[in-house]
Design a protein around this ligand. Structure first.
Ligand code: 6GU
Length: 225
């Protein structure tokens, strides 16, 4: 998969050199490119924002640099992802859809967002999705893009070493994941639940299921039917 990120803070994405994503890049599974939006400005101050029409607080990102940047990096079959608190909620289901794509392009806005005409223009020519991580406000799209990139890339075959670790996780079966334990069997006087030491695989599976349901009921009742 090819991933392009356009941002005024390329340094945010330096950490994509490390861990599983870094390894996937080294092995050619992920072809990741970070672009500085200011490379597509032409004035001395490399201006990317201006005051909003209609008034109001904050600044809006100008359409011209975005148009030049996206014309340069978008291929016809790409999905343009615009992180925005006004977007559709990002979910594991969306991560699975995006993991099947050839190219993802992230347009990371700052300030009060990108001039709406940029989204409208590319929506007429290809696929565009506004994505939100959840109901809270970040300073810009960079951290959200990073979250989407990690959630999507770990679903690409070969990125995560053991594919079994993909299926037993929170949200893959619609429930939250059960709690996990490792050695020692007693730590600071706290025992590992005895069923996990029993060797009874059916009992372990039943216990884990019950724990998943319990956690989901407590923390995310909205996920239950
Ligand atoms: Cl995608 N962007 C911003 N700026 N804030 C957010 C968000 C995205 N998702 C949740 N909050």
């Amino acid at each position: 998969m090819r991933i392009d990120i356009v941002t005024i803070f390329p340094a945010f994405f330096d950490v994509l050199d490390v861990s599983l994503i870094g390894k996937a890049r080294d092995r050619g599974i992920l072809d990741l490119h970070v672009h500085d939006l200011r490379d597509w400005t032409h004035d001395r101050h490399r201006t990317v924002d201006d005051t909003p029409y209609g008034g109001g607080a904050g600044m809006v990102m100008k359409p011209e640099p975005w148009g030049e940047a996206l014309d340069a990096v978008l291929s016809p079959d790409a999905v343009l992802l615009v992180p925005s608190p006004a977007g559709e909620r990002f979910t594991q289901a969306m991560a699975r859809e995006l993991a099947a794509e050839q190219q993802l392009v992230f347009a990371c806005g700052r300030y009060e967002g990108i001039d709406q005409r940029v989204v409208d223009h590319y929506a007429e020519r290809g696929r565009v999705r506004l994505v939100s991580l959840g109901d809270y406000v970040l300073n810009g799209g960079e951290v959200a893009a990073m979250a989407v990139i990690e959630a999507v890339s770990r679903l690409i075959p070969g990125v995560v070493g053991n594919p079994d670790s993909l299926v037993e996780e929170s949200h893959e079966d619609g429930l939250l994941e059960y709690p996990s334990y490792t050695k020692p069997a007693v730590w600071r006087g706290i025992e590992v639940p005895p069923v996990l030491l029993s060797g009874n695989h059916a009992a372990i599976a039943a216990w884990r299921r019950e724990q998943s349901l319990e956690r989901t009921k407590r923390h995310r009742p909205d996920l239950l039917p």
